[in-house]
Design a protein around this ligand. Structure first.
Ligand SMILES: [Zn+2]
Length: 249
């Protein structure tokens, strides 16, 4: 059955899914926190051909938005997949160096152990080598638990299944609340069909259980859900819809 509400933000007129890749900044009175770092520039050995050797304007755009890279004090990696760690580093004189030299990079303890144990896998090795290891070597990584509190307003929330240590990010301020999904949902179609798992899910069964649990918890609440890969309007609220849910503005 077609999921009609996906158009036009999340699917085109022919029903083909639209996705995007977001880095999100949260600013508190004392902190500047960047959540996920997209694909990065100048990367190589990526499985998806057009993710190689990008020359995008991400850092200029971030600075133009008021957040020069030196001003970021915390980088959160919801998980260590290729499209969430790219701008952890940048290429300078042939070397990969931390893009955010004044930040602590928060990575999940379980997540980090999982991926470093798979170094022999070709594309995992590439991502670790160019986007994780240089930050680790610079002493900027803090390994954290899946419910880590970053500051008064922001804490991590375990949403396992997509990867073994996957987290979402909860923001609570002035009586309002938001949740940055990370990849426990890749596309809003999974709000209507929580049983649809992405091929990228490490454990599809656990991922489905996480979606069902989180969507049930979020449904009919004023919590703003911000999708890390949601194109179009990117954020909305979860409401019941038949036996499942839908996203509304
Ligand atoms: Zn992703």
């Amino acid at each position: 059955m077609p999921i009609n509400w996906l158009q036009p933000d999340f699917a085109d007129e022919r029903g083909r899914l639209k996705m995007s890749i977001h880095a999100l900044v949260a600013e508190t009175p004392s902190r500047r926190i960047l959540m996920d770092t997209c694909l990065g520039n100048d990367k190589e050995n990526r499985r998806i051909p057009n993710w190689n050797k990008l020359h995008g304007s991400f850092l200029a755009d971030l600075a133009a938005a008021g957040y020069p890279r030196e001003s970021i004090d915390t980088v959160v990696c919801t998980h260590l997949h290729v499209d969430h760690v790219g701008w952890n580093t940048m290429l300078v004189d042939g070397s990969r160096v931390p893009t955010f030299p004044n930040a602590r990079y928060l990575m999940g303890r379980v997540e980090f152990a999982h991926w470093t144990a798979q170094r022999q896998c070709y594309d995992v090795a590439a991502v670790l080598a160019d986007s994780v290891t240089p930050v680790w070597a610079a002493g900027l990584v803090d390994l954290v638990e899946t419910d880590h509190r970053i500051c008064d307003e922001i804490n991590l929330v375990p949403t396992l299944g997509h990867t073994p240590g996957h987290v979402s990010v909860r923001i609570a301020s002035r009586g309002e609340e938001a949740l940055i999904t990370g990849d426990f949902m890749h596309h809003p179609c999974q709000i209507a069909r929580p049983d649809w798992s992405s091929t990228a899910d490490t454990d599809p069964t656990e991922a489905r259980h996480t979606r069902e649990r989180m969507l049930t918890r979020l449904s009919d609440t004023p919590i703003l859900v911000i999708g890390t890969h949601f194109a179009g309007r990117t954020a909305g609220h979860i409401v019941p819809d038949g036996g499942a849910f839908r996203l509304v503005a």
